[in-house]
Design a protein around this ligand. Structure first.
Ligand code: PLP
Length: 460
């Protein structure tokens, strides 16, 4: 019998975010086909992609519109370097993204994966201050529980021990400030109170150190990779004001939360008070969903004043960063098909209905005493399993139990979450909620509450 994809992969592929020693216990599924929210493995079994394949796949797999756009682009121009050349998909994408910010942000700088966008934003911030006569502003601030990617610059502003500890000696030092994570609310405290406490901590840092700080980077509204920590939008509003007051650039990493995931196209849009003028960060990073889960693409949008600070006869004052596949034409074309869908189908409005249906189907979780912090924003749902019920290797066991119930699901530590593609209807939502609760029962019934067993580190 020929070896399966799984067996061959274990021999040939070094899988990401995986302790390969455990990979024989949790063998990679050999996927051969995708259709809508479903993935099909080589044995013909189907799995519902509950995390949109690491939050990239917005409209399901093998979407007809994105497929058609890519096939068209494939025959026209698959790729051309973006230094010294340009092409219609990159130009149109940059124009349309800028328009979505009311032209406050623009001059899209393209990267490939999310981490490359974060590197770009960090380097741009530092270089901006250097170009404007403030070379001492070299430091960065990030939140506790932040995740911005795994290249060395991005890892330096990431607060996840399991990812960064091994590389710590290689990383630049960043300031960590407390997260506005709403789960930290003590009795009588609102989510806004928690956010204000976090703002006060940031102010205290800025008061002593802003002279040296180039930028503050955050994930607006949801710290996704560290367990879907959600927080009050007041934090964004107040942080924007603080950054203005202390002349610190604000980088919004919307790699996970952009593209409608939190209910607005950009999560940062929710920072504004009803009736007030919109507010924006200085740099905004997008990736993941922007190309619909088809091709690696990232984008950094910036303010005109920031862009202008790089214009000079001196080449070295320019932003000379590049990646070979920067602004790949196929990836940009996929992104245009994604934006077309948002325009044509009023995705944000449809998602409000989808979200209401799934939230209702998941309502019994709120009564489940084994769980805490059952939460939702836009198209993200999450809950934490209470410590006494977690047990050893919870995420791994949950993932395996999910497979048996046709779910492709990967908890982060003891946080179980859903970030499905925007294709749910009432029937699918009911099915998904049923399977999720059944998986939870399968896993938790196998545990003895109070058993003193270590849980594994949180890995997305
Ligand atoms: C908020 C955030 N920033 C950056 C990244 C890194 O993106 P990539 O994995 O594409 O490098 C991620 C990935 O999960 C993320 O969630």
């Amino acid at each position: 019998m020929p070896a399966s994809l799984t067996q061959r992969s274990l021999q040939a592929v070094w899988h990401p975010c995986t302790q390969m020693h455990r990979a024989t216990h949790v063998p990679p599924l050999g996927m051969v086909r995708g259709a809508g929210p479903w993935l099909f493995d080589e044995a013909g079994r189907r799995y519902f992609d509950t995390s949109s394949s690491w939050w990239v796949n917005l409209f399901g797999h093998a979407d007809a519109d994105i497929n058609a756009a890519l096939k068209d682009q494939l025959d026209l121009l698959p790729h051309v370097m973006l230094a010294g050349c340009t092409h219609a998909p990159a130009v149109e994408l940059a124009e349309r993204l800028s328009r979505l910010t009311g032209d406050v942000l623009g001059h899209c700088f393209f990267g490939s994966d999310g981490a490359s966008a974060v590197e770009i934003a960090l380097k741009m911030s530092f270089h901006y201050w250097r170009n404007t006569g403030r070379p001492d502003k070299q430091e960065f601030v990030c939140l506790r529980q932040s995740y911005h990617g795994e290249t060395l610059g991005a890892l330096a502003v990431t607060d996840v021990a399991v990812f960064r500890d091994a590389y710590d000696p290689l990383l630049m030092r960043a300031h960590l400030v407390i997260s506005p994570d709403a789960r930290q609310a003590v009795a009588g405290e609102s989510t806004a109170d928690v956010a204000r406490r976090a703002v006060a901590a940031l102010r205290a840092l800025f008061e002593t150190r802003a002279e040296r700080i180039a930028a503050f980077i955050l994930e607006p509204l949801v710290q996704a990779a560290t367990g879907m920590a959600m927080y009050d939008a007041i934090y964004l509003r107040e942080v924007r004001a603080l950054c203005d007051e202390f002349q610190v650039l604000l980088i919004a990493d919307e790699i996970a939360v952009g593209c409608g995931r939190t209910g607005t196209f950009f999560a940062f849009e929710q920072a504004v008070q009803p009736g007030a003028a919109p507010i924006w960060p200085d740099l905004l990073c997008l990736s993941k969903g922007i190309s619909g889960g088809y091709l690696p693409l990232s984008v950094v949008l910036s303010r005109p004043a920031l862009y202008a600070a790089f214009l000079d006869d001196d080449v070295a004052r320019g932003f000379l960063h590049s990646h070979s596949y920067t602004g790949n034409a196929l990836a940009c074309r996929a992104a245009l098909a994604v934006l077309d869908r948002f325009d044509r189908a009023d995705v944000l409005q449809a998602n409000r209905q989808r979200a209401a249906q799934l939230t209702e189907a998941l309502a019994p979780l709120r009564e489940d005493t084994r769980l805490e912090h059952v939460r939702q924003i836009g198209m993200i749902w999450a809950f934490d399993v209470r410590e006494p019920f977690v047990g050893a290797r919870f995420a791994e066991r949950f993932h395996l139990a999910g497979r048996a119930r046709e779910l492709l699901i990967r908890p982060i530590g003891r946080t179980v979450y859903l970030m499905p593609p925007y294709v749910l209807d009432a029937a699918l939502s009911a099915w998904l909620a049923r399977q999720l609760r059944a998986t939870l029962d399968d896993v938790l019934q196998a545990n003895h509450p109070g058993a003193d067993r270590p849980s594994e580190p949180a890995v997305a």
